[in-house]
Design a protein around this ligand. Structure first.
Ligand code: GLN
Length: 286
């Protein structure tokens, strides 16, 4: 006799235990996606019998999760800022910490002005699209390097109905003309030899989206200098960074001539986002 939802979940939890820190929720998310039902269905109908192909899909996903594949890559989705984004192994999996970066930009700029804002290294497009949906008056440029990533951004943009997002293929600001009102980025910021790169979900994510030189700050330096040249006077730069990089990033912004520099903390109380503006009335900015 075929196994019920409740039986399959129990067996999966046992297989995942010790391999995933979130065995119970992983099993439920994978099952809900196999059945194409909301998570509440699993509580209401534990005696439901999945079809053979649903059960096979579930077992295959559990086996891949046991060896470490991230749930978001298995189901191809991850929620961020209340929206469901398609994800692929070409992109970083959006993290709750990064919602602070979105909040920081929303707070820092006029809501109803027709502002031009670039998201550098957009990946799934999560930051650009979340900003665009919250601020229909703004124009977002979603920048990344590969056509595969930009195709994913385009699919997310269409699915979520963000008409004010323009995907752009560019290495940071190289193909991005100024003037911009704001630049936002969650760049790679982990030091190349950080052991964290060999642990958990991070092992499956693209290294180019994670690691940035011996101190992890190589890309933040490039982005800061290039943004300074393209931001209009009084324009905002907001960057995510590692919990121990707040002071170093502040110094990089100061050296590039940014003012009103500050660092914000994430929900865990760690330094996570540093922002600054170009001097108002600045002759260097375009
Ligand atoms: N915060 C992520 C991590 O430590 C890294 C994200 C990034 O490099 N932009 O796993």
């Amino acid at each position: 006799m075929s196994a019920s939802v409740g039986e399959l979940l129990r067996a999966a939890r046992q297989r995942l235990d010790g391999h995933s820190p979130t065995a119970d929720i992983d099993a439920r998310v994978l099952m809900a996606h196999c059945l194409r039902k909301p998570a509440s269905f699993l509580f209401t109908w534990p005696e439901h019998i999945p079809t053979d192909s649903e059960a096979r899909q579930f077992q295959e996903w559990v086996a891949r999760r046991v060896v470490g594949e991230p749930v978001a890559y298995l189901i191809g989705r991850r929620e961020f800022y209340g929206h469901e984004f398609l994800v692929s192994p070409d992109t970083l999996i959006p993290r709750p910490d990064t919602e602070l970066l979105v909040d920081t930009v929303l707070e820092g700029l006029a809501a109803d002005a027709p502002l031009r804002v670039a998201d550098l290294g957009t990946g799934t497009g999560a930051i650009a699209i979340s900003l665009a949906l919250a601020r229909p008056a703004w124009q977002l440029v979603a920048v990344d390097t590969s056509t595969a990533i930009l195709d994913l951004v385009e699919r997310n943009r269409q699915r979520l109905g963000a008409g004010n997002v323009q995907p752009l293929q560019s290495n940071w600001c190289s193909q991005l003309p100024g003037p911009l009102d704001a630049v936002v980025s969650n760049p790679p910021y982990i030091p190349d030899d950080d052991p964290h790169l060999g642990e958990g979900d991070v092992r499956y994510e693209p290294r180019t989206a994670l690691a940035a030189g011996s101190d992890g700050l190589a890309d933040i330096r490039v982005i800061t200098v290039q943004s300074r040249q393209r931001l209009r006077p009084g324009g905002l730069l907001a960057l995510e960074h590692g919990y121990d990089q707040g002071e170093a990033v502040q110094q990089i912004l100061r050296d590039a001539g940014f003012v009103r520099i500050e660092t914000r903390r994430d929900l865990a109380g760690h330094d996570r986002v540093t922002l600054g503006i170009t001097p108002p009335g600045d002759a260097d900015a375009q």
